[in-house]
Design a protein around this ligand. Structure first.
Ligand SMILES: NC(=O)C1=CN([C@@H]2O[C@H](COP(=O)(O)OP(=O)(O)OC[C@H]3O[C@@H](n4cnc5c(N)ncnc54)[C@H](OP(=O)(O)O)[C@@H]3O)[C@@H](O)[C@H]2O)C=CC1
Ligand SMILES: O=C(O)CCC(=O)C(=O)O
Ligand SMILES: [Mg+2]
Length: 741
């Protein structure tokens, strides 16, 4: 991209509900910004788009796609980057397989995912798909740390219109179970690199064989490098014990992982859980499953899908054994009890950042196989962060549910830049192929870290670079100053990695003026208790955390405080001066697409997009001195306030307000605010007639938008929908489209 043809703002093309919402909202954005001479371009980072961009040699010229993610990855390191990033699918293996199949059915001759590598080409294709899989986008774009908070208008709205909260009772049996030893938390070693080096990761087997797992790993001076291992035997024993306890306690068994982001380690842990839970089935049918190529790391759903190929009698036998096992084991927490989809079916169905807060918001209840709510054991195998949910559940048991009408707020400043910590660890995560030792060795042959491993153990190395840490400390001080709230660093001096970070925080805080600020360091459990006590009393607190807690807390607190993380302002001030504006803090809401397809109602709330657009316009005004952008941003801010006041956000039910009607109202209010302001006569003149036409035609537009609701729709694809069909569904009002131009 040259600067002449570089759009002022890039809006990302993604997947599922947010992409459908863009079908309606992006034309509105372009109409408004276009009037101010601001150009908005798009970049396709959808799962389908990312797959297609990787296989030009398999596609015809007109099917080929640029590698937009790589382009964006470069752009975010440039000073004039201004990117609005919507949530995209971080694909689990079953989602990747489904997307490949759909693209093939649409005539794209891309290769299958080679589960069995037989040739060099298979190996190349597999490596490409591994790059596309999991959380492949965010780590590339996040060249800055994270500032996530609920906008004031959103918080005020929630106080006036508190969302429903499940009741917490004192005898709730819901609790968190986590490992007490031999997990990542307990086996962690950490150090700060004194001088830059190039390391290798080597497994030395008991027989003395040296297997290089990774070489040429660049380590910078001052970066914090950790290594740790989860012991497979300890994990399986823990799981077995928890399953038994769940049965004794008569509650639901649930597992909460981040198999999408932790795309190497967590699917393995998920697979062990499937095998331990369905042990009797695996003991009896393992050889059949081997023949069928079942991969438990893809969830129990892989067993269900693969046995469908068997002759009817064999299939019936296995199904009977599955039923016998399910009745023997404790009840499973269900994703969809009507369809029999359990927590253990698909690793991307239950993702900890969203799943634990939803359960806590619901009074500690999950759905059981009978479709009824019940208490649940929440298994979070690694103990690094499980204590945060444990403390929250205990707090709710003691004090009852929070009252959103009176709660304070917990904002987050997260260390995220340059693939910080666990979330950047997948290239350095390995399942030990043999007993022995895994070492990180520097260029001079010095051992940086070393662990004894047994075959099947999961070993990983994590990095946190110094410049991002310095930037994170600075951002924390800035946010504490701007908000006047206490800022708490959630760091545990008894954990190896955190002890290194505490040294750095203490070294870098004096670089800033912290006079009058309340800045403290507390362990995650203590910080949880402290912050919960404060929000209960209506007080605000900033959580300053590492990357994983950033992810967890920016769903946890918003979901408790304002009902959903979709309404978050999520800013990433890029380290080289640009701005990345993420929408909301949640995901791509697959359930919403299902509802749209079944009854043409899209309940996706675009408040996150509205907030991100406002922040992006303000950034544009600041860096390019674009005065019109400030006028647009101020008007949008007022329009969002009015949208909330007037309760024009999407409702959950067909026949009521949805994403499209809500977009009509934001356009109406935005145009009215622009018509009412005096700072830009040009925008005033442009938008006054538009505001008038929108107001005069409000009823017609509403009727045109509502008319198709209640019917099924065809989008021509799930992962790779037909753009014309999406536009038809998402822009149903000819009157509105004509006014927008
Ligand atoms: N930044 C990113 O790119 C992220 C991507 N993801 C990806 O998203 C997918 C789904 O993840 P999942 O954990 O299910 O989380 P989601 O946030 O997509 O869904 C959880 C639930 O939250 C509610 N919700 C979320 N966003 C909105 C919104 N804008 N408007 C209204 N309600 C909303 C919905 O609940 P209900 O309708 O029941 O009220 C939804 O079913 C996965 O592929 C995951 O990898 C996840 C997180 C972040
Ligand atoms: O990138 C992902 O897979 C998820 C990101 C996420 O959940 C977050 O940043 O809150
Ligand atoms: Mg998250």
């Amino acid at each position: 991209m040259t600067s002449e043809n570089k759009p002022d703002i890039i809006y990302t093309k993604v997947d599922e509900a947010p992409e459908l919402a863009s079908g309606s909202f992006l034309p509105i954005i372009k109409a408004f910004t276009g009037a101010a001479g601001i150009s908005v371009g798009t970049k396709d980072i959808s799962l389908a788009g990312r797959i297609l961009s990787q296989f030009p040699d398999y596609l015809s010229a007109d099917q080929q796609q640029e590698d937009a993610l790589a382009e964006l990855g470069k752009l975010v390191t440039e000073a004039d980057a201004n990117v609005i990033k919507l949530p995209n699918i971080s694909a689990s293996q079953p989602q990747l397989d489904a997307a490949i199949k759909e693209l093939q059915s649409q005539g794209y001759a891309i290769p299958d995912y080679p589960s069995d590598v037989k040739s060099d080409e298979d190996a190349r294709v597999k490596a490409i798909y591994e790059k596309v899989k999991g959380s492949a986008v965010n780590p590339v774009l996040r060249e800055g740390n994270s500032d996530r908070r609920a906008p004031l208008a959103v918080k005020e709205f929630a106080k006036k219109n508190p969302h429903s909260m499940g009741e917490w009772v004192a005898d709730s049996k819901t609790h968190v179970a986590t490992m007490q030893a031999n997990d990542f938390r307990h086996n962690e070693k950490s150090t700060t690199i004194e001088s830059a080096t190039t390391a290798s990761i080597v497994l030395t087997t008991k027989d003395g064989e040296k297997i290089v797992l990774k070489d040429k790993v660049a380590l910078q001076q001052g970066e914090v490098v950790d290594a740790t291992v989860m012991n497979k035997k300890a994990l399986c024993a823990f799981l077995q014990e928890q399953i038994q306890q769940t049965k004794d306690q008569g509650i639901l068994f649930s597992l909460h992982m981040k198999a999408t982001m932790m795309k190497v380690s967590d699917p393995i842990i998920f697979g062990h859980t499937v095998k331990v839970f369905f042990k009797s089935v695996f003991d009896k049918h393992q050889s059949t499953f081997d023949q069928l190529g079942v991969n438990v790391n893809n969830g129990f759903g892989d067993v269900v899908a693969k046995i469908a190929q068997l002759p009817a009698d064999k299939k019936a036998e296995i199904e009977a054994d599955i039923q016998a096992c399910l009745s023997e084991q404790p009840d499973l927490y269900m994703v969809n009890s009507d369809k029999g989809i359990t927590n253990l079916h698909v690793p991307s169905d239950v993702i900890i950042d969203a799943s634990m807060p939803a359960l806590i918001r619901a009074g500690g209840k999950g759905w059981g196989p009978d479709g009824k709510e019940a208490d649940s054991k929440c298994v979070i195998p690694d103990s690094s962060y499980a204590g945060v949910y444990d403390a929250t559940i205990k707090f709710c048991i003691k004090h009852g549910a929070f009252n959103p009408a009176e709660m304070g707020s917990v904002a987050n400043v997260g260390l995220m830049a340059q693939k910080a910590e666990e979330y950047g660890s997948h290239p350095y995560t390995f399942e030990a192929s043999a007993d022995g030792e895994i070492s990180v060795v520097d260029a001079n042959g010095n051992v940086i870290h070393q662990h004894s491993v047994e075959q099947g153990d999961i070993w990983r190395m994590c990095q946190a670079k110094d410049a991002p840490i310095q930037d994170w400390v600075k951002l924390a001080v800035n946010r504490a100053r701007a908000s006047g709230s206490p800022a708490i660093f959630w760091l545990d001096e008894t954990r190896a990695h955190d002890a290194e970070l505490i040294k750095k925080v203490n070294a870098y805080l004096p670089d800033h003026d912290t006079s009058g600020l309340d800045i403290q360091i507390m362990s995650p459990v203590k910080a949880t208790e402290y912050s919960l006590e404060r929000i209960k009393n209506g007080q605000d607190t900033i959580s300053v955390t590492g990357n994983v807690l950033r992810d967890y807390l920016t769903d946890l607190f918003p979901i408790l405080e304002v009902g959903t993380s979709a309404k978050m302002l999520s800013i990433v001030p890029l380290m080289n001066g640009g701005g990345l504006f993420e929408t909301g803090a949640g995901g791509s809401a697959p359930k919403h697409v299902q509802q749209l397809i079944e009854e043409n109602h899209l309940r996706w709330d675009s408040l996150g997009e509205f907030c991100a657009l406002g922040a992006s316009l303000e950034h544009l005004a600041n860096v390019k001195g674009n005065k019109q952008a400030v006028v647009l941003a101020n008007a949008l801010d007022k329009a969002v306030g009015k949208l909330l006041d007037e309760n024009q956000s999407p409702s959950r039910k067909v026949g009521q307000h949805d994403n499209r009607t809500s977009h009509f109202y934001i356009a109406l209010y935005w145009a009215q605010e622009l018509a009412a302001q005096n700072e830009s006569a040009e925008l005033q003149a442009h938008f006054a007639p538009i505001a008038k036409q929108l107001a005069e035609n409000a009823q017609t537009i509403w009727d045109e938008m509502m008319a198709p609701q209640g019917q099924t729709v065809d989008l021509g694809g799930y992962y790779h929908a037909d753009e014309a069909l999406v536009a038809k569904v998402m822009r149903p009002s000819e009157t509105f489209n004509a006014i927008m131009g």
